[in-house]
Design a protein around this ligand. Sequence first.
Ligand SMILES: *Cc1c(COP(=O)(O)O)cnc(C)c1O
Length: 415
Amino acid sequence: MLKYVEQVDPEIAASLRGEIERQRFGLELIPSENFVSPAVLQALGSVMTNKYSEGYPHKRYYGGNKYIDMAEDLAIERAKKLFGAEHANVQPYSGSPANIAVYTGLLELGDTIMGMNLAHGGHLTHGHPVNFSGKAYNFVQYGVDSKTHRIDYDQMRQIALKERPKLILSGATAYPREIDFHAFHEVAQEIEAVSMADIAHIAGLIVGDVHRSPFPFTDVVTTTTHKTLRGPRGAVIMCKERFAKDIDRAVFPGLQGGPHDHVNAAKAVAFKEAMQPSFKEYAVQIVNNAVALAEELLAQGFDLISGGTDNHLILIDLTNKGVTGKKAEAALDEAHITCNKNMVPFDKRTPFNPSGIRIGTPALTTRGMKEAEMKLVGGWIAEVIHNVDDETVYQKVRDEVRALCEQFPLYMEQE
Ligand SMILES: *Cc1c(COP(=O)(O)O)cnc(C)c1O
């Protein structure tokens, strides 16, 4: 596979080989990551990267788009069918530009938007002051209850009634519980706001029928395609027909130039995969694995935000272990267990050195791991955190991790 890169650029070939090895022999616990299929990978690394096709299918500003139209039409039709959406735009380069496209398409700069507090699980593009969203719009934020760590729906409604946002945004990046999208939509209707759901993290759980869907009632839904949905890096915006023109115009020519046609072809492949019965089994197993991992961590004395999980992710508050998120991330990395440090709700520490770590099961589930393996993984996490700075423990766990990974082969044809 790497034959040509090896010839032209041995340095990049070395980095690619290193990354394949890292993915194969380490435990990937970052909840926003996954392993795409060889079919998705093949569409991504295809000649469609060569094409310019500004515009939309059958209405392009460049010639030669017969096959690009074929692929984008398929991606659109499949996205609509998969989610039950009236309209789909598959051109957003990624989740962040997709969200910005919605705001610019449906609102005026300076308008009020209500989203989830970032420190409670919201995303940067949900109004963080360092992000374009927070600079260009007036964001007001709801959060989670200080005891239950679950979204405080009453507080959300009170803030909406007081602040009268033009758009109400649901969806999160670090929230371990199921989201009641209908509750958000009802409040939006009450104040005549647009309802928007950003399902980037849980799209795979929604199409797999293990979580409630924001369709068909939510006005606009954005999702990345590369998290639980297990497609290429990218995003989709779906909406009711009456928003379609504004959304399409916001994406192109409002925000983007030529679509990434190779990525869009790969999105179509991923959507087809997500329509198969095996994907539903996959989605069910993601949650079963997360619950099994959470149980093992609880047994090891870990403090889990909200006490557990309903979805693919677990947020651990490490305060009772006397280890910071930054330290834990680095220690687990030494043992070839990859996760990310993360703020916990009401965190007293800083984003760069927060109190928690965030872990998730989508990638390990793709490898075929089940509850028994999750018990092992939970045990190793505990061993590393309880013996932080102990090189011999890192080495021991690293060897055990490798032995487990060898039983669940990954990308064997990528040499
Ligand atoms: C990941 C994520 C995004 C952003 O996606 P990128 O592709 O990284 O730009 C947006 N919203 C939520 C809720 C996310 O989890």
